[in-house]
Design a protein around this ligand. Sequence first.
Ligand code: ADP
Ligand code: ADP
Length: 231
Amino acid sequence: MIQIQGLSKHYMMGDAQVDALKSVDLTIETGEFVAIMGPSGSGKSTLMNVIGCLDKPTSGTYFMAEQEVASLDDDLLSSLRNQHIGFVFQSFHLLPRLSAKDNVLLPLRYRRTKAVDADDIHYAETLLERVGLLTRAHHRPNQLSGGQRQRVAIARALINRPEVLLADEPTGALDSKTSEEILALFKELNAAGQTIVLVTHEEEVARHAKRVIWMRDGQIDRIEAGASYAA
Ligand code: ADP
Ligand code: ADP
């Protein structure tokens, strides 16, 4: 569960203070699928960076995986990030020289506790199967379509069994049919229990989430049921 209270983030631009987030309160339960929506400049990226442990707030509290994140030093923040957050980006961020399977295994190569073992390789194959790409395990990114690359990136984001899958405009580089397929995959993963936070400026994308959090001027403007779930 994610619990944010009174979260503010200020940036200084010369002498001027930019209030990117203004005392945001937000709880995201385990197993939820939420979208963060809103116009450019409304604070979506700033909120995502805080939730993803990439950045610290100026003030307020953030509990994730039973820890208060806002007070952690950078090393602890990065280890919390590596253990509990799976990231998916618009531009996939796959390594071009590695096969799909090795891209999926990549986060585990940075693990300090143990080397990649047979169980890990088996789990990577299980994830490739879940995203429908087991037969492409040995292909490199340039031998895959955009949708297939994003599926590999999703499998990679899941390899650490993250508390939260955090997807930043994950369909922004895909055509509308492929986008729908990727969103259907998110729904499947969520139905199997994965908590998902999706950041997007497209209503067509946000409607697939169960809850849509609308940001405006650094605050939560309103929270709605996702259109495809509404009665
Ligand atoms: P969104 O993702 O919704 O477009 P952002 O979180 O990127 O919104 O930005 C929120 C506000 O904070 C904007 O006014 C933006 O200009 C400002 N901002 C974001 N990042 C920085 C930064 N590194 N330095 C200064 N201002 C920033
Ligand atoms: P692309 O151009 O398709 O995004 P890159 O080769 O630039 O692919 O790398 C994608 C991502 O992988 C980048 O975000 C980068 O931070 C990360 N990355 C790059 N090199 C390495 C590496 N040697 N080990 C782990 N991650 C890397």
